[in-house]
Design a protein around this ligand. Structure first.
Ligand SMILES: C[S@@+](CC[C@H](N)C(=O)[O-])C[C@H]1O[C@@H](n2cnc3c(N)ncnc32)[C@H](O)[C@@H]1O
Length: 275
């Protein structure tokens, strides 16, 4: 006998995404659907469930489950001085343009476990700008923010960081910026003191300060065109005129709603300046 098994997985996915949005305010409906679906299916397997809809009671009745859900959907991969040439370029072509401002507000949006925020703090310190800077590093994943605030990283992590740091034009040894304790590298307090890590959801929350630099790297890549435009508009509003937006390797303002409101400093380093 032939059974026509109907695949309800897309309907179930819509139900789960609606629920997460309505109950917790996280809107994944405009994230890259294929990747969200794959990640949720992996969560279903990990939790030893049968269907996507089996997540519904967990979302409704287990408050802490949302953390597992966010963890499952988020891609938190990051490293210090990731894409070293971007920071080399930034040091050479952008830093001197920041020196004219009496005070600097820098926003690292989607900071994951914090490595990018410490990267920027190190760079500003070496260029004599850290004392007049406030770095805001935000993410919507509280587990990641906890790690970021602690600023404690594995030695493997730091080995890669040292290499990237040198490639980015680092001036001393990366080890000058942390101390090693029990196989962990702990970032120095003078860097930590300049970074405010906090929860901010790019798709739901509004801007909170006027920025001189916004770095949002490897985040927009997970959004559809509409959401990308919405978040780029948020950065446009947050940036002061003549200030800078830095995106990730596979991201661009090209073909977006803000394309004509910025000039391109470098398309390969993804650095743009607001008109
Ligand atoms: C791949 S990591 C990028 C980390 C870092 N910017 C880098 O380039 O190495 C993407 C981060 O974006 C965060 N993210 C995704 N959607 C977000 C949203 N709506 N609001 C805030 N953060 C978000 C994730 O939690 C994750 O930590």
């Amino acid at each position: 006998m032939i059974t026509n098994k109907i695949d309800h997985s897309n309907t179930e996915l819509d139900l789960v995404l609606d629920l997460v949005h309505n109950v917790y305010g996280y809107n994944f409906k405009e994230y890259n659907r294929k990747s969200v679906k794959r990640r949720i299916e992996n969560l279903v397997i990990k939790k030893q469930l049968n269907h996507i809809s089996d997540l519904i009671p967990m979302i409704l009745y287990k408050d802490e489950f949302i953390n597992d859900f966010l963890e499952a959907i988020s891609v938190t991969v990051t490293e210090m001085f990731r894409d070293a040439f971007v920071f080399r370029y930034f040091r050479k072509e952008v830093i001197h343009k920041l020196k004219i401002f009496p005070q600097l507000n820098i926003w690292i949006a989607g900071c994951a476990t914090g490595e990018e925020a410490y990267t920027v703090a190190i760079l500003l310190k070496e260029e004599g700008l850290l004392h007049k800077s406030q770095i805001y590093a935000t993410d919507f994943n509280n587990n990641s923010l906890k790690i970021a605030k602690a600023g404690r990283y594995s030695i493997d992590n730091i080995k890669k960081a040292s290499k990237n740091y040198q490639n980015s034009g680092g001036k001393v040894s990366f080890m000058d910026y942390c101390k090693v304790e029990q196989n962990l590298a702990i970032m120095n307090n003078d860097l930590k003191d300049k970074i405010l890590f906090s929860n901010h959801n790019l798709t739901e929350d509004y801007i909170f300060a006027t920025m001189n630099v916004v770095l949002c790297r490897n985040v927009l890549i997970y959004f559809n065109k509409n959401l990308k435009n919405q978040v780029l508009e948020l950065f446009y509003k947050s940036l002061d005129s003549k200030c800078f937006l830095v995106l990730g390797d596979k991201e661009s303002i090209r073909f977006s709603g803000i394309e004509n409101k910025f000039s391109t400093i470098s398309e390969s380093a993804k650095i743009y300046q607001k008109e």
